[in-house]
Design a protein around this ligand. Structure first.
Ligand code: PRX
Length: 648
């Protein structure tokens, strides 16, 4: 990524009204590091506890005694915090603005209505025998019922596991089985860009491989016909007719699980990242308020999907815990045309807008006219998340969308971190395009070299975090050892992020991308191992190696090297079939952009694939392939270069 030297000062008008300015950021940050426990004792009070905590922090990252507990003797309920506690003053204020795929579809849901919806939903869950601690899988489009379902689970202490509705039935089945869900909540169909997405029928297919599921609860959305299996499938609207209107909240221990969310790692199948109740909520709500400088009355829009962690923390839990008005968008940025985002901003007077670099780059490619035909006067603050934002896209977002008036917060974090970790605070931090800038309160980032030596001052290396924070994931569901091995074994006593990072002379952090075998496609995280195992599951494929390569819009594209069985000839038809195959096995987001048939892969004599070489060839940069003399058959490389798919 090119390095931008530009620096944008905090606009004075912004600093004057912001929650924190530079001085208060420095003071609060210093306190949060020097007296970490006292800091979190104080800020834990931002949520309501039915039983106050007396112990704030009990954490150890020693891999022989690894535990992470925050506020461990406190009790609270997340749904109470996101709804009930606001009813006294804000019952009639809008909690959720829903903007449908079709610009004619829109709903405003007040806190009072949210309360009513969530109570009834929770009673339906109870009627289906869902109990505290049970896992419930959600496979839903971006409709308010997704938020109702999450909060209904939280209300009764069930643990939700949301599977992004773009994942295939096979991927859904794997995630249902891994956490042993007995209930799946879905909709008849989803709608995106004017097209219907057959969700219920995908669930039906998935359940052929997930036989422990007892019930499927179906939200009526498009109202098109779907098959309902007797004694298993239940319409939400019908079930709601028979339940009580009120539902008490279940008191939860701070460390009781709130949700599981599957995410890709560098090896094996996706991991069930487990987040718990108290620390997560403190983290989500505090970061939401400070990073977005959220003030009561602001209209806030995060364009993510609830199937990803950004949707969990910054569409639902963070904003609702802060009694915010949060906008939820069902559609895509280019439907009916490429000005949709900006039209939605005008229609609902959005003040704060949070999206992903891939969307910005895609819209940038459509030209400025789509933006300029809208007003966007309501906008005050812009945000970016999910992947490094290239300075060109940053500048366009700043100049064209925000008319140089709106600061941009480039927020670095991960599914595992629960919420934002490194970010500017708009009233406090001068901005540099492409840099996530400085740590949030309580976050102690370090840059280490391959041996784990901590580098001081300006440096480049791997990013680790040296101190626990309340929103940290607690374990990999069902596999605590994997949690320890993945995050705490590379560097002793530190959380390894998997990201590379540079720190400049101002102490600003610049995330350079993953240093492991995880790729980031349009802000979606994908394990190369997952795509490889899908490819080798095809009858004609003997071996596959997958790497990322720079892609103008997606950030990274998926490049697959495929070796076929001896009797099979490569063909463009087979390449197309393999791309389709991966779509079916995992989902469209995992579909390779390029397939290169390769009679052999570059392997060391011990049989290890040298991915470094494959990455270089995929980038069409093979002038410096490094030492290839250790390869079992160096001639393989010449063949790969001759047949490369990304010739410039
Ligand atoms: O590589 C980093 C990248 O996304 C990864 C985390 O992906 P996921 O768990 O799916 O969460 C995405 C939403 C938080 C990170 O390891 N990443 C995320 N935000 C940024 C980023 N890279 C650079 N800059 C960011 N702002």
């Amino acid at each position: 990524m090119s390095v931008s030297q530009t620096k944008y000062k905090v606009p004075e008008s912004f600093a004057k009204n912001a929650l924190v300015d530079e001085t208060s950021y420095n003071d609060m940050y210093r306190q949060s590091i020097e007296d970490n426990e006292a800091f979190w004792a104080e800020h834990g009070k931002r949520v309501s506890w039915s039983k106050p905590y007396s112990r704030v922090k009990n954490t150890s990252w020693d891999k022989d005694d690894l535990h992470v507990k925050w506020y461990e003797d406190g009790e609270l309920n997340v749904a109470y915090n996101c709804i009930d506690r606001h009813l006294k003053d804000k019952a009639n204020e809008v909690a959720i603005i829903w903007e449908g795929d079709d610009p004619k579809d829109c709903r405003h849901i007040t806190y009072a209505e949210l309360h009513a919806q969530v109570c009834r939903f929770a009673n339906v869950l109870k009627s289906l025998d869902v109990k505290k601690g049970d896992r419930v899988t959600l496979y839903l489009p971006m409709i308010p019922e997704a938020a109702f379902a999450m909060l209904a689970c939280a209300r009764i202490g069930a643990v939700h596991s949301i599977v992004f509705a773009g994942f295939s039935p096979e991927a859904l089945a794997g995630r249902i089985n891994d956490c042993d869900s007995r209930l799946v909540i879905t909709a008849d169909e989803g709608l995106r860009g004017g097209k219907t997405i057959p969700l219920k029928s995908s669930v039906d297919q998935a359940l052929k491989h997930a036989s422990d599921v007892k019930n499927v609860l179906v939200v009526r959305h498009t109202s098109n016909d779907v098959e309902m299996v007797p004694n298993r499938d239940v319409w939400l609207d019908q079930a709601q007719e028979h339940v009580a209107l009120e539902c008490e909240v279940e008191p939860m221990n701070a460390e009781d699980p709130l949700f599981i969310l599957y995410t890709s790692g560098s090896t094996g199948k996706p991991k069930g990242v487990l987040h718990t109740t108290g620390g997560y909520l403190v983290w989500a709500s505090m970061t939401h308020e400070y990073v977005f400088d959220y003030k009561q009355g602001d209209i806030y829009w995060c364009s993510a999907d609830v199937g990803w962690v950004t949707g969990h923390s910054y569409i639902v839990y963070g904003p609702l815990a802060n009694a915010a008005t949060t906008l939820m968008f069902e559609g895509v940025p280019t439907y009916p045309d490429a000005s949709r985002f900006w039209q939605v901003i005008d229609k609902h007077n959005v003040n704060i807008f949070y999206t992903a670099p891939t969307a910005i780059r895609a819209l940038m490619g459509q030209g400025e006219a789509f933006v300029k035909q809208t007003s966007r006067k309501s906008l005050r603050l812009l945000g970016s998340v999910g992947e490094p934002i290239n300075p060109e896209a940053w500048e366009w977002y700043h100049r064209v969308v925000g008319e140089r008036r709106c600061p941009i917060v480039d927020t670095w974090w991960q599914t595992e971190t629960g919420g934002i970790m490194i970010t500017p605070l708009a009233g406090a931090t001068d901005l540099k395009p492409g840099s996530a800038t400085l740590p949030f309160f309580g976050i102690k980032p370090e840059i280490v070299d391959a041996e784990g030596k901590v580098l001081e001052g300006p440096a480049e290396g791997n990013l680790v975090i040296a101190e626990s924070w309340p929103g940290q994931m607690r374990t990999v569901y069902g596999d605590h050892q994997r949690f320890i091995d993945t995050y705490f074994s590379t560097y002793k006593g530190k959380y390894f992020t998997g990201d590379g990072c540079r720190r400049d002379e101002d102490g600003y952090y610049w995330i350079t991308g993953r240093v492991d075998d995880v790729i980031n496609v349009s802000g979606h995280r994908m394990g190369t191992a997952e795509v490889e195992s899908a490819l080798v599951a095809h009858a004609e494929v003997s071996e596959a190696a997958v790497v990322g390569y720079p892609h103008d819009i997606k950030g990274q594209g998926i490049y697959a090297y495929v070796s076929l069985n001896a009797s099979v000839d490569p063909s463009s038809e087979l390449a197309t079939e393999l791309i389709k195959w991966v779509r079916t096995e995992i989902g469209p987001i995992a579909a390779p952009d390029k397939i290169q048939f390769a009679p052999g892969l570059p392997k060391t004599r011990s049989g290890k694939i040298m991915r470094r070489i494959l990455r270089k060839i995929a980038e069409d940069d093979f002038s410096n392939l490094g030492d290839t003399s250790t390869l079992a058959d160096p001639a393989v490389v010449d063949n790969l270069i001759a047949n490369r798919q990304n010739k410039k």
